[in-house]
Design a protein around this ligand. Sequence first.
Ligand code: ATP
Ligand code: HMH
Length: 271
Amino acid sequence: MSAPARVMTVAGSDSGGGAGIQADLKTMLAFGTHGMSVLTAVTAQNSLGVQGAWELPAEAVEAQFRSVVDDIGVQAVKTGMLSSALLVETVAGLLGGITAPVVIDPVGVSKHGDALLASDALEAVRCGLLPTATVATPNLDEVEQLTGVRVDTEADLRTAAEAVLAHGPRWALIKGGHLRADAVDLLTDGTEEHWLRAPRQDNRHTHGTGCTLASAVAAGLATGRSVPEAVHEAKEYVTGAIAAGFALGGGIGPVDHGWRFRKPAVGRGTE
Ligand SMILES: Nc1ncnc2c1ncn2[C@@H]1O[C@H](COP(=O)(O)OP(=O)(O)OP(=O)(O)O)[C@@H](O)[C@H]1O
Ligand SMILES: Cc1ncc(CO)c(N)n1
C-alpha cells in the first residue's frame, strides 16, 4: 500500500484539543494525510481561555523540523502559533530551505483575546515569514495588526488582501469569520479572485476554526490540489465542522474535526 501524503504543522499545543497542533493533526487525518508536528510552545488552555504558555528553545524547534524534513520529507507545511520574534525568524529561515508549499496562519491572539505572539514579533512576520507563504490566512484582527487595514465590510476584504500580498505571499486568504454578516473569505493572488461564502452559523463552539481551515488547505496542497481547489475543499470542511461544534467545558467548545466520520448518535459522549 502506498504511503499517504505527508503534511507537517509547526505550531503550539492546545491542551484542550480544539486548536493548535491538536486541531491540525485531526484535520490532516480527516483529509487522509499523515500529519507530523514541530512543537513551538505548550499552552495550558481550555474552553475558558489560555491559562499559561511556555515557548520551546529555538534549537528544539529546529531539531524537530530537521528530523522530519531530512528523513521523512514533507509535501506541505502549515504554521500556526510561533510565539516570539526568535521563533518566527527561526521558522522563516527553515521554510526558506524547502520547496513544498507552505500555508502560513499568522496566529496573533486566541478566540478569548489571549496573546499567542509577542508584539515585537510582527515585523519578523511581515518581512521574514509572509514571503515564504504559498498561502497566508490571516483573520481580520491579524490583517489589522500586520497591515493597518481595518475590515468592517465585505468590500474591505479586497483592500486587506492587497495589503497582505504586498508582503510577498503568493496567495492571500482573508478570513471574514469575524464579520457580522455571512462568513465570507476572499482568496486572491492579485489576479484571480475566489469568494468563499457560507452562512454565519449561530454556534458559539468555534474554538480552532482558523487552525482547522489552514491545516485543511495544507492537506489539500499535499495531495496535489491547486490552491483554489484546496481552499474550496477546506472551507467546506470547516463549515461542516462548525455546524457540528459541541459544548465542552464552561466556555467556547471546539469544532468537530470528525464530523464526516460520525454516524448519528455514534461517538458522542453520554452527557
Ligand atoms: N460563525 C461562523 N459561521 C460560519 N463560518 C464561520 C464562522 N466563524 C468562522 N467561520 C469561518 O471559519 C474559518 C476560520 O475563520 P476565523 O475568522 O474564525 O479564523 P480565526 O479567527 O483565525 O480562528 P481561531 O483563531 O479561533 O483559530 C473561515 O472560513 C470563516 O469564514
Ligand atoms: C496553541 C494555539 N494555537 C492557535 C490558536 C488559535 O486559535 C490557539 N487558541 N491555540
